[in-house]
Design a protein around this ligand. Sequence first.
Ligand code: PBG
Length: 345
Amino acid sequence: MSTSGIVYRPRRLRTTPRMRRLVAEHRLHPADLVLPLFVKEGLDEPAPISSMPGQVQHTEATLRAAVAAAARAGLGGVMLFGIPAHRDATGSQGDAPDGILQRGIRAAREAVAAVEAETGRPGPVVMADTCLDEFTDHGHCGVLTDGPDGTAVVDNDATLERYAAMAVAQAKAGTEVVSPSGMMDGQVAVIRDALDEAGFEHVSILAYSAKYASPFYGPFREAVDSALQGDRRTYQMDAANAREGLREADLDLAEGADMVMVKPAGSYLDVLRGVADRSDVPVAAYQVSGEYAMIEAAAANGWIDRRASVLESVLSIRRAGADVILTYWALEIAGWLTEGQEGRA
Ligand code: PBG
């Protein structure tokens, strides 16, 4: 016994970088990261998104290049969002065979195939957002009807038919994963039925299961030129509720979700942990536009160390239980990890 009487000294395992690396409980890997990408109809050159420094709305050509870069970096997936030139009440471009998102999916699959042929390594899984808000002229995630007090509300069951059509259109274009993000009740079951009926039983569903109504989606509104007035509180979840998030995930699992997601990530790590503890399918988390913007803004002011903050924020999401992480920094992080600059790479 030492004179101090201290028996346990956890600091021993923090002594050197090599020791810390050995005992790290969690690590990031490019294959667990998914890069969200925006493609906009009618653009001649990529348009910067001012509230998301470093991110752009892509043309079809630059989308191809971005997906190829994701493939070379060994990312696990790309998540595509489309911004159409024409919007209407039912979001008809969402399931138009030649709609911008379908064109983006085809371009992404071609880019992945080309890099796979060149490198002999698997490229990113191509995923698509399956939601109407980018395609409707009112900016809501579904079609509207008159609510009990005469104000417009999103019609759950009428919206499900639109999601089913969108999922099939995306599958026809070649998406490997559809990602219903509208928080309509029953959306996973309806989409599964529609995909199976159309012969796409091999296409997976990544369900945005516990998706909260959040101001952290603010910069995304700019990213997709959103027309939304008001909010999404009658369909997305209330930040006060954790138990309800677990119930939403359970329902999606029962409806046949292949993966479930919690979103936003950073403010909902408790929900993420809870879902991870009960899910027997892979769990994803989406580090959303506002989470990105906050760190970029603080770093640009010199108030925090950018790289350390980015890595800590993403590692924390992993530690809380995410198998798959959607983050706008995916490509950059993959670069840092493969350069081996990070102790926890
Ligand atoms: C719905 C969708 C949204 C995001 C992903 N899918 C917007 C919303 O629900 O309001 C937000 C992602 C982000 O903020 O990074 N299409």
